[in-house]
Design a protein around this ligand. Structure first.
Ligand SMILES: O=C(O)C1=C[C@@H](OP(=O)(O)O)[C@@H](O)[C@H](O)C1
Ligand SMILES: C=C(OP(=O)(O)O)C(=O)O
Length: 447
């Protein structure tokens, strides 16, 4: 799986309306952070609703390798006995983060200010992704990194024995870079400051405060200024992981494009740094009711009631990109099923995800009979209206779970079936995607 094992072709085809309740798994970003902060805290952190996708399981394994005790009690229920800030042991084995950019970048951050050395690797997708964006700021703390050309994995990081605090303005909008610097700052004396021009997902900030770190956020002329006081004693917490809005996107968008559908998706995080897709869908005319808004596990959540209906193409405001960065693949499927064109600008970060997502979506949509235009930073999709996409192609997923799920959703609405060459990476973020969609009435199989 996730590029290590056998390719798993999958196919979906039109099959009447989708109806019922879709309980999507726990948030991937929060799940990684719950394990990592639990490992850096003193005492026993208890976690419920943890995503048991391969990305998060690889982070759990890594935390054990650095000396934390990580115990699986039952579905979604985990505990972590942490080693305290600065307490990481040197791992005896290579840390394999599988398919996970979040896992490897955050873990590099939290070991980089301890006097230990670790070697990181990942699957064929992760080994292509740039790590310099993280190792550059980690070098300012005094850490050293030795990787392949272009800052690629496998890579050895030598942590700083006497780290100094850092002030760093992130050159790209990236929560992974921000989080790596903050996690490194935990074991540096004094104040570490991260400045981001555009707000990215804020789970690290929220959870660091929750675990007892001293952290402030101010909006200044330069952007969001995050100041962390180093060498706190993090205290073990109880973490209830809310459901993942990025995973919810797949059944939600499927219901929007499959005629006659109506589904209910309970308890989806509505964190403002994550809800860009939902704003965009509403602007396209989507019938989504946000019911029973409340707070769960320190995050705003709502129950979503989603109904099929006509959709129109729009220009997605580029400044919205950080709050929906993982949702452009599925948005481009919705765009193909809408009337008129949808313009997605400011999306060049998609080129350095699990795959080049602009290219993967453009080629697969074209193969399914949809007209697209792209440049380095833009994807434009010409909508064919509800039921108008011909389909009838096999799309390449390039070891990318979101590409696989997006094309399988397209097959549920297209005139002819849509296949993917390899759906196995879906298990990195949404292991129960197939049975969940089948329960809603979708005809999707791994045959
Ligand atoms: O911090 C995180 O949990 C994530 C940050 C984003 O990546 P970037 O920081 O590269 O934008 C996102 O794409 C990824 O799925 C999860
Ligand atoms: C980009 C993603 O994850 P990561 O960067 O953690 O591999 C994603 O889940 O869409």
């Amino acid at each position: 799986m996730s590029g290590h094992g056998q390719a798993q072709p999958m196919t979906s085809r039109r099959n009447g309306p989708l109806t019922g309740r879709a309980e999507v798994p726990g948030d991937k970003s929060i799940s990684h952070r719950a394990l990592i902060l639990g490992a850096l805290a003193v005492g026993e952190t208890k976690i419920t609703g943890l995503l048991e996708g391969q990305d998060v399981l690889d982070t759990a394994k890594a935390m054990r390798a650095f000396g934390a005790e990580v115990i699986h009690h039952g579905p979604g229920s985990w505990s972590v006995h942490g080693v305290g800030v600065g307490g990481f042991a040197e791992p005896a084995e290579v840390i394999d983060c599988g398919n996970s950019g979040t896992g490897v970048r955050l873990i590099m951050g939290c070991m980089a200010t301890s006097p230990i050395t670790a070697t990181f690797t990942g699957d064929a997708s992760l080994r292509k992704r740039p790590m310099g964006r993280v190792t550059d700021p980690l070098a300012l703390f005094g850490a050293k990194a030795y990787g392949r050309k272009g800052g690629r994995l496998p890579m050895t990081v030598v942590g700083a024995a006497s780290p100094v605090p850092v002030r760093y303005a992130t050159p790209v909008a990236s929560a992974q870079v921000k989080s790596a610097v903050l996690l490194a700052g935990l074991n540096a004396p004094g104040q570490t400051v991260v400045i981001e021009r555009e707000a990215t997902r804020d789970h690290s900030e929220r959870m660091l405060v929750g675990f007892g770190a001293e952290l402030t956020v101010e909006d200044g002329a330069e952007g969001r200024v995050i100041t962390l006081t180093g060498q706190p004693e993090l205290k073990a917490q109880t973490v209830a992981v809310p459901r993942d809005p990025s995973s919810a996107a797949f059944p939600v968008c499927a219901a929007l494009v499959v005629e006659g559908s109506e589904i209910f998706v309970p308890g989806v995080s509505q964190n403002l740094t994550r809800n860009g897709l939902y704003l965009t869908l509403v602007e396209m005319g989507a019938d989504i009711a946000f019911e029973n808004p409340r707070e769960e596990g320190g995050e705003p959540v709502a129950d979503l009631r989603v109904r099929f209906g006509p959709l129109k193409g729009i220009e997605v405001p580029p400044e919205r990109a950080p709050s929906m960065i993982d949702e452009y693949p599925i948005l481009s499927v919705v765009a193909a099923c809408a009337e008129g064109r949808t313009v997605m600008r400011g999306v060049k970060e998609l080129r350095v995800k699990e795959s080049d997502r602009i290219d993967a979506m453009a080629r697969g949509l074209e193969a399914c009979g949809v007209q697209v235009e792209e440049d380095e930073d833009t994807l434009i999709v010409y909508g064919m209206g509800a039921g108008g996409v011909p389909g009838g192609a096999t799309c390449k997923t390039h070891i990318d779970h979101r590409i696989a799920m997006s094309f399988l959703v397209l097959g549920m609405a297209a005139q002819k079936p849509v296949s993917v060459d390899d759906g196995s990476p879906i298990a990195t973020s949404f292991p129960a995607f197939l049975p969940l969609m089948a329960r809603l009435g979708a005809d999707v199989s791994d045959l």
